[in-house]
Design a protein around this ligand. Sequence first.
Ligand code: UGA
Length: 430
Amino acid sequence: MKITIIGSGYVGLTTGVCLSHLGHHVVCVDNDVEKIRLLKKGISPIYEPGLEELLKQGMEKGTLSFTDSIEEGTKHGLAIFICVGTPPREDGGADLSSIELVATRIAETMDEYKLIIEKSTVPVQTGLKLKTTIELNNKRGIEFDVASNPEFLREGSAIKDFLYPDRIVIGVENERAEKLMREIYEKIDAPFIVTNIQSAEIIKHASNSFLAMKISYINAVSMVCEKAGADVKEVALGMGLDHRIGKEFLNAGIGFGGFCFPKDLKAFIKISEDLGYHMNLLKEVLKINQEIREYFINKVRDLLWNIKGKKIAILGLSFKPNTDDIREAPSIYIIKHLLKEDAYISVYDPAAMKKMKRIFPDIDYKENPYDTLVDANALLILTEWEEFRNLDLERVKNLMKTPIIVDGRNIFEPEEMERLGFIYRGIGRA
Ligand code: UGA
């Protein structure tokens, strides 16, 4: 099928590249000329395992191309995915002006039937607004349908999540749109949930919020575990083996970050409020996410007594492993705090240092984990990169001034660390 993707960010680019991999003829559009220039050279502007390879393959096969012209994109696709950004506004709601702009341009340009699909994460009822906007600007009365097809991919495993999803959700208003949506995904083997547009939109809100709630829940439990002499890792396993609960997203740590959970939660709280329901449950989820970071800093303070003048090594800056994304990363909050208390900070991250330098140009960035540790008073682990699990711990201990480790992601076992001579604190582990 001829498909157009408007907005070549994380979701858009992954969608375009994967759909071309599945055999569709895809044109990706973006108004960022520099991004399009890179993409045309086969270079991915984002760090995502496997993406650049599929990008190059698609371009070589001739099933994937790029343009900065919405008009060109609209003419090409029978199906047009809208994947533009929906950044948060001051009040927590989502800024949907890019979607409106794109919808208007499509309506003005289309000259035959189009299926217009919202894939950006949007507040419920955006689909209806999208339809009204297109109707208003569709002066020539061209036929079209609108659909919602929320995306559940995660950064760092985006390609796998797209090609092997747990489910595909589509919200449609008629059989014509459903048939086309099924055709787009016919090569993907996954349960297909067909519902109305509003339900599809809420499935996305409710799924992300539920996952964030699971994380805050286990983080709240972790604080009790610590006080009670229990081990949250074992508690999570004991809970997670109940298939009604599930093991995933029960890793206690310093909380969730990234561009999705914090923003989506706030947007769901806001839209629920606008619709007349106060989602206090989700406000608490956000509050716990903040509390757990403060709890972590207090732990560092307890062990170091005075933070002022101490050398603190930090391993891990990205909001999670396998990405260079630092948006809403707990590391930003923690570094800010430590700097306020006049700590000397030395950091290493396999992918995110370039981005972090823009926020903290004056902290000490090192080329490898060991260089951060020379004469350090404490080591903080903020992201669970695989590389850190395989550290030579004897070497780590010998490099440090005092062998204190505060592990925000529970990558080591307390007993083993103590046996090796570290003063070690994880999260929720007595
Ligand atoms: C999340 C969802 O998982 C995707 O399904 C969704 O498509 C995406 O948002 C989106 O809306 O675009 P993502 O933000 O890439 O994906 O990252 P996750 O892997 O979900 O992790 C989010 C945060 O939760 C990370 O900071 C991670 O460290 C934290 N986390 C995750 C925990 O603290 N504990 C866990 O057990 C799991």
